[in-house]
Design a protein around this ligand. Structure first.
Ligand SMILES: [Zn+2]
Length: 317
């Protein structure tokens, strides 16, 4: 039996046809078109699904993993931080177009199901997935059940507070959130903050990071920070260590909330810098978690984990 999977991300829509063993048979990616308003997103998705030319008699359903926050009861995206409109209808127009069962979840909830079915989660009933990407998100599978919450936004651990003094502002507008410090989009803010706090302007200008960014904070991005750390840049090694501590605080909160046996971590910041991200987390977590420490690993499903999760949704009971 086959099924369709949709990954609706911040910039791209990815659609795939796959089977219950996790084989992706066809796949297409397109940049989100924002020119046709909020309803244009579902229409673009319908066009992409049609372009795969599948036989709908062979398709069990369509799983959609979406950026959020969502309202899963109404099948909508409530807030899309990277798009110029909110309240985007998804489930109903897709259901109307294809008349097959539709499954609609936020991207990290989808991802944890992908890990459960096609990744490291085989036989594991308590599992959390964390993405450290442009944002930070979490999906939790507890006692053999996906945790969704009233609107589908349970386990939004990226928006939990890791800094009570709440210095840095998050994309959601609140202060002190994990995502405000450690996500790909916000690491540059943290770098600026760290250099100011440590009175390290002169060191920054002399550093590899200073060179890469033309000594201008506005040019700093997460990739530069990790690239310079890999080359032994002293400032970036210190910053990466501190980001590891902050990530470990966030992960300690995940462990306290869900008591998982296994945490897998993905997202571009992790996947591109696996050792520099995971090693400090594993070191610091020992002093931060009260619960028995779970196994912490990079996901083997890589950048496709949400797509695998959207596929998995069709086959889970
Ligand atoms: Zn936030």
């Amino acid at each position: 039996m086959k099924a369709l999977a949709v990954d609706l991300g911040a910039t791209n829509i990815r659609v795939a046809l796959g089977d219950k063993d996790g084989n992706i048979l066809k796949k297409i990616t397109e940049k989100i078109n924002i020119n046709n308003g909020s309803k244009g997103i579902a229409n673009q998705m319908i066009g992409l699904i049609n372009s795969l030319r599948v036989n709908y008699n062979e398709v069990k359903g369509i799983g959609i993993g979406s950026l959020g926050p969502l309202d899963i009861k109404r099948g909508m995206i409530l807030i899309a931080p990277n798009l110029p409109f909110n309240n985007i209808p998804i489930r109903d127009p897709i259901e109307k177009a294809f008349k097959v069962p539709i499954h609609f979840l936020n991207d990290c909830s989808a991802a944890v199901l992908g890990e459960k079915m096609f990744g490291l989660g085989d036989g594991i009933d308590n599992l959390a997935y964390i993405t450290i990407s442009s944002g930070i998100g979490c999906g939790a599978y507890v006692n053999g059940t996906l945790i969704t919450g009233k609107d589908g936004n349970a386990a939004e651990m990226g928006h939990t507070c890791i800094d009570l003094s709440g210095t840095l502002e998050c994309g959601c507008g609140r202060k002190g959130h994990w995502e405000a410090y450690c996500s790909g989009n916000n690491i540059p803010n943290y770098v600026k903050f760290w250099i100011k706090n440590n009175d390290a302007q002169a060191d920054f200008e002399r550093s590899k990071l200073g060179k890469l960014s033309n000594r201008n904070f506005e040019n700093v991005n997460a990739k530069m920070v990790y690239d310079a750390a890999k080359e032994g840049d002293e400032i970036c090694l210190k910053i990466v260590e501190k980001l590891g501590l902050l990530n470990a605080i966030g992960i300690a909160n995940v462990i306290a909330a869900y008591d998982p046996e296994l945490i897998t971590i993905g997202g571009s910041v992790t996947l591109n810098n696996t050792r520099l991200v995971l090693e400090p987390i594993k070191r610091f977590i020992k002093d931060l978690s009260v619960n028995r420490i779970p196994e912490i690993k990079a996901t083997p499903l890589g950048h496709d984990i949400v797509l695998y999760g959207a596929l998995a949704m069709n086959f889970m009971k």
